[in-house]
Design a protein around this ligand. Structure first.
Ligand code: ATP
Length: 518
């Protein structure tokens, strides 16, 4: 199935099964804003818990924070967001559609990469086992021509971005003959800067109104509280502060479902270190965060690092963790060595000292910061796109059927266990409820009695429930039930009093967290 087709199905599935709804749908929606439904909110909470516990529980020198969304407006001046948090914007005069100039150019580079991959795949098919990919990439004329075009474009693009040269960005679009996907024309406006921060007014009367911003990242709430946390918690450097919260960006092009939203949620951790040790810590957090992603078991080759071509004004090293979404490898998480830029700047703008006194060296200094920053919604999309599976199954009588199953890691699944009475009679519903009553304190359980057992299995597969239990007449005699496993679809008979143990073993967050401490 084409990846585009698959992605459309995934979006439809998220709506049909109560994971993600377009916001304000009865009013025709609000662009790039989404609501999480009954299963979406559970999955989202489980992702947040996995992130939080992996940092705050596993590291004794990392603590949490929950700062307000509204902050003093000068914070955004000091952080550089008022002056520099913008994207290069270009309009197509025919379709009146607005694009990010850098994204148009990056897509063009991806086209060259796509052409190279196509040649490689064709050759692999032709030569079979004898295919030597490295040799092919070095010698094939078409590959070399596309590689040359790609590299020249890449070099020109990096220079234009680093110089903030908007005219050159436009010239690249013109020279590469990039067309608007809607109108098909090359009729572009000039490229200009567009600030991504939303603003509103605080105060009840217009005279006292004060322009404030909806935070575009959660990190600044950590910076301005770093001394409060350090002093009240008697934290010693190195230490970290973790925070989960909403962020807002007036994205020019909001697309790909919950990949790029105007209101989203971030999980950020700022790690404060002595100056000079930041690059070592940067490497540490790169490895740590990649392990966190890989521990979910979706496959090593689904992830890669992408080092930044252009370092942000505050960074001396930066990389992204990219995941292979149905629309290609894209960023899910950024890891940045932010130097002392933010704290220094807040010292200057606030006039307050933000230095740390190191009791070992008897010296004061402004710490450097290594940050890990991940979007909850992008992580959600990563998980759900990796988990979404369409399968054909052969039944006992030889006929075939199909199912859509979300192969979610059990610990993240919204519902852990579904309990079905075989029929609505003979006391089976009552027995099923007794089982749930025992388990509901520890696990999110669901009771279902409508439709055939097969249909009930399909509904639970579609929301990713790892275990289904069927209560039948034998249960009333010997207190055993059938447990059915989501991925293998295998069934076995087990005593009721073993359900709790099986569930605990297979669904513990501890098991996942232990993988991170190896
Ligand atoms: P991009 O290049 O995709 O715009 P970014 O580099 O601006 O992202 P950061 O500022 O590093 O992103 O933000 C950290 C993380 O927050 C990203 O890796 C992503 O997971 C998430 N994020 C950023 N912008 C959005 C958005 N508009 N919608 C959803 N998640 C986002």
């Amino acid at each position: 199935m084409a990846q585009e087709e698959l992605f459309k199905k995934l979006v439809a599935h998220c709506k049909e099964y109560g994971f993600v709804f377009p916001s304000s749908e009865i009013y025709d929606g609000l662009a790039a804003v989404y609501d999480y439904g009954q299963y979406g909110v559970e999955l989202k909470n489980n992702i947040k818990k996995y992130w939080w516990d992996s940092l705050v529980l596993l590291h004794e020198n990392i603590v949490g924070l929950d700062a307000a969304i509204f902050m003093h407006p000068t914070i955004w001046k000091a952080s550089g967001h008022v002056d520099a948090f913008s994207d290069p914007l270009v309009d197509n005069k025919d379709s009146k559609k607005r694009y990010r100039a850098d994204v148009l150019i990056e897509d063009q580079m991806a086209k060259y990469e796509g052409k190279i991959n196509k040649e490689v795949n064709k050759a692999r098919k032709r030569f079979g086992d004898a295919f030597d990919q490295a040799q092919f990439l070095k010698t094939n004329a078409r590959v070399l021509a596309n590689q040359e075009k790609h590299d020249a474009l890449h070099a020109r693009f990096v220079k234009a971005i680093n110089d903030s040269d908007l005219d050159e960005l436009r010239q690249i679009i013109v020279d590469e003959e990039i067309v608007c996907p809607i109108s098909g024309s090359r009729n572009w406006t000039d490229v200009r800067h567009f600030n991504l921060m939303f603003s509103t007014e605080m105060g009840s009367t217009s005279e006292s109104a004060n322009k404030i911003y909806l935070r575009p990242e959660t990190a600044q709430g950590i910076f301005v509280n770093y001394l409060n946390v350090q002093q009240s918690g008697r934290m010693k450097i190195p230490f970290g502060i973790a925070q989960i919260g909403k962020a807002f960006r007036n994205e020019i092009v909001a697309r790909q479902f919950i990949f790029r939203m105007r209101e989203f949620e971030q999980m950020e951790m700022q790690f404060f270190v002595p100056p000079g040790s930041e690059l070592e810590w940067f490497d540490y957090w790169k490895k740590n965060r990649m392990n966190w992603h890989r521990a979910l078991g979706f496959g090593e080759d689904k992830y890669r690092f992408h080092d930044h071509d252009k370092l942000a004004h505050y960074a001396n090293a930066a990389t992204d963790i990219e995941f292979e979404f149905p629309f290609g490898f894209k960023e899910v998480e950024g890891i940045h060595s932010r130097t002392d830029f933010d704290l220094d700047s807040h010292q200057e703008y606030s006039g307050k000292k933000l230095q740390y006194f190191d009791p070992e060296t008897n010296k004061n200094y402004v710490p450097f910061v290594v940050e890990t920053s991940i979007g909850v919604d992008r992580m959600f999309l990563q998980i759900i796109s990796a988990a979404y599976t369409e399968e054909t199954i052969t039944k006992e009588d030889g006929s075939t059927d199909s199912r859509v199953v979300l192969k979610l890691p059990p610990v993240l699944a919204p519902v852990k266990l579904a309990v079905f009475p075989l029929t609505k009679k003979d006391g089976l519903p009552k027995k099923a409820r007794t089982i749930i009553d025992q388990l509901k304190f520890d696990f999110n359980c669901q009771y279902e009695e409508k439709d055939s057992i097969g249909k009930r299995y399909r509904r639970q597969d579609a929301i990713g429930t790892p275990f289904c239990i069927t209560v039948d007449h034998q249960t009333l005699e010997d207190d055993t039930v059938t447990i059915r496993y989501r991925d293998s679809m295998e069934q076995e008979r087990i005593p009721v009093n073993q359900i709790n143990e099986i569930m605990k073993e297979k669904i513990s967050l501890r098991q996942l967290l232990e993988k991170l401490t190896d």
